[in-house]
Design a protein around this ligand. Structure first.
Ligand code: GLY
Length: 362
């Protein structure tokens, strides 16, 4: 399956389960002072969770452009060095606003991954919140009970507040979560070391792909948790990681999401990408990652500048320039040459780049 087919299968699966397909919000946030950029699919729905606004649909599905380069969720330093963190990424999400809760969310995620996408069940692991004394939070017994009907005990792990209690920022809606991890190692490696020992241990082949958050609280400024009037579901699956798993690759950059930009950079620079750890290979990955972040953020209205959100974009832009100048020996501007290919690649889902091609390139 191509990345486009994989994205569409997600949207159709939840549409068939009564969800309305909605568009991604812009990656740039102008009306939430707690964030510089959209860092999760749930940002545009924050007021529905808090009860400040009534949702038009109780069930929604989308793919959201996210940027994790500042604040609580910041992956910038990992990007390009490893093979599975990104500045901009697409978060596939299904949402319940006061409608279904843990039972449906978990069983549908299982159905989609194993029956629709065909991921072997014995490669999947689920994590469950172990509770937290300081916040007076109980362990997630309901999620555990549901997972026990789907997975053997040694495929369920318990996680603390850092991994299994999701918060958007220092304040705002939050709740316990159940992550789904996939073990992409060879059969030999899996026989030698069981996968549950590697979940959440930064192993490049045992990676989280989906987070099911059960929104139950609002974190207030004084640090306390206020129960929400209704409970909600917020899920986030990283499209780039899912595509890598389904395309049988060991790196997100080897998928059709990034290969177009990498091949174009090879042509321009006359250098070869060898998918290794050299500075040259890191440079190819940094460029393929950063050009998406820069292009879509500018297309959504944030120009590089010397303050705030604009300065974050300028820093990403400079990091990309530094890498091609220093490690690919390209001494002329390069990034703008990648934009037409990128715009074409995403034209069916995010047409805003194609529509502003010459402005963004300039
Ligand atoms: N809101 C769920 C996540 O970002 O993982």
């Amino acid at each position: 399956m191509t990345a486009t087919e994989i994205r569409n299968k997600f949207l159709r699966f939840f549409e068939e389960k009564g969800h309305q397909i909605v568009a991604s919000a812009p990656i740039v946030l102008k009306d939430d002072p707690t964030l510089l950029f959209t860092n999760a699919g749930m940002n545009q729905f924050k007021d529905y969770f808090l009860g400040n606004k009534q949702a038009n649909y109780k069930r929604v599905v989308d793919t959201q452009k996210c940027l994790r380069v500042s604040g609580k969720h910041n992956d910038l330093e990992e990007v390009g060095v490893d093979t599975y963190h990104h500045t901009m990424f697409e978060m596939l999400g299904n949402w319940s606003f006061g409608d279904y809760f843990k039972e449906e969310a978990i069983t549908w995620s299982w159905e989609l991954l194993t029956e629709v996408y065909g991921i072997p069940k014995d490669r999947l692991y689920a994590s469950v919140f172990e509770g937290d004394e300081k916040d007076n939070l109980p362990p997630s017994t309901v999620a555990l009970k549901i997972w026990k009907t789907l997975l053997p005990d040694n495929h369920i792990v318990f996680g603390n507040k850092k991994d299994n209690f999701w918060e958007m920022g220092d304040t705002g809606p939050c709740g316990p979560c159940s992550e789904i991890h996939v073990d992409c190692r060879s059969d030999e490696e899996r026989a030698a070391v069981p996968g549950h020992l590697l979940v959440n241990k930064d192993h490049p082949q045992v990676i989280e792909i989906w987070n099911n958050v059960f929104m139950q609280y609002n974190r207030l400024k004084d640090g306390s948790l206020q129960p929400l009037a209704s409970t909600h579901v917020d899920t986030g699956m990283g499209l780039e990681r899912l595509v890598r798993v389904l395309q049988g690759k060991s790196s997100n950059y080897d998928t059709d999401i990034f290969m177009g930009s990498i091949e174009e950079t090879e042509k321009i620079s006359g250098q070869k990408y060898t998918a290794g750890d050299s500075k040259k290979d890191v440079a190819f990955r940094v460029i393929a990652d950063h050009i998406r972040a820069i292009s879509f953020t500018i297309a959504d209205g944030q120009l590089p500048s010397n303050t705030g959100a604009g300065y974050v974009i300028r820093r990403i832009l400079r990091r990309a320039v530094r890498y091609y100048y220093s490690y690919l020996e390209v001494k002329e501007p390069l990034l703008h040459l990648l934009i037409p290919g990128l715009a074409k690649q995403f034209s069916d889902v995010f047409p805003e780049l194609q529509a502003q091609l010459s402005f963004v390139s300039k």
